[in-house]
Design a protein around this ligand. Structure first.
Ligand code: AMP
Length: 188
């Protein structure tokens, strides 16, 4: 079973992803985490990507596609992959469906966590204190990331929906437990 979890920055994708992978045995691919790890290891890809991510902008498709393809081919024999943070635009959505379909597999479900902008801005202040993420500290960077979501990722979600994949839209402005109950009920 392959799943995509969508949501604006700070919607709680990472938190829900941890629960999903624990309970359903999926393998987690967070492109944000993968890019942060590339940066920490000072790889060429990580350094190039951070020129964009440090400003809240999307990293060029070819850089992220490399990560996704190699992850997919290394983990496809497992129970399934939870894609968190990929795709983030329509080109990436086409790329992901192409990689998966070429392999005779499919995306089985899509989860979309919806959270209003004002709530996202409040959460950024809190996470900046708790996790020391640089891109949460500066409200201009947070706003850029939220705008990237609206401008680039919403069209990708629409593209995926139009391709006929079941998309579950969830109000992300509820407790972590309540959101997870809804997600779990969709798996039964
Ligand atoms: P995240 O941890 O998912 O919020 O991602 C942090 C940052 O990594 C984003 O603001 C982007 O700069 C970059 N990033 C993560 N995933 C992607 C992607 N699929 N395409 C382009 N940039 C990405």
């Amino acid at each position: 079973m392959n799943i995509i979890i969508f949501g604006p920055p700070l919607a709680g994708k990472g938190t829900q992803s941890k629960r999903i992978i624990n309970d359903f045995g999926l393998t987690h691919l967070s492109t944000g985490d993968a890019l942060r790890s590339e940066k920490a290891q000072k790889t060429e890809l990580g350094i190039k990507a951070s020129e964009y991510s440090s400003k809240g902008l999307l990293v060029p498709d070819d850089l992220v596609a490399q990560i996704v393809e190699s992850f997919y081919h290394n983990h496809k024999s497992e129970k399934g992959i939870l894609f968190d943070g990929y795709p983030r635009n329509t080109e990436q959505a086409k790329h992901l469906l192409n990689v998966i379909e070429k392999d005779g597999s499919s995306i089985d479900k899509v989860i979309f966590l919806k959270v209003p902008k004002e709530e996202l801005l409040k959460r950024a202040v809190k996470r900046a204190e708790e996790e020391n993420r640089k891109d949460d500290k500066d409200s201009n960077i947070v706003l850029t990331r939220i705008n990237e979501f609206g401008n680039s990722t919403i069209p990708a979600i629409n593209f995926i929906k139009e391709s006929g994949i079941k998309t579950i839209e969830i109000d992300g402005n509820q407790s972590i437990d309540d959101i997870y109950e809804i997600i779990k009920s969709e798996f039964q």
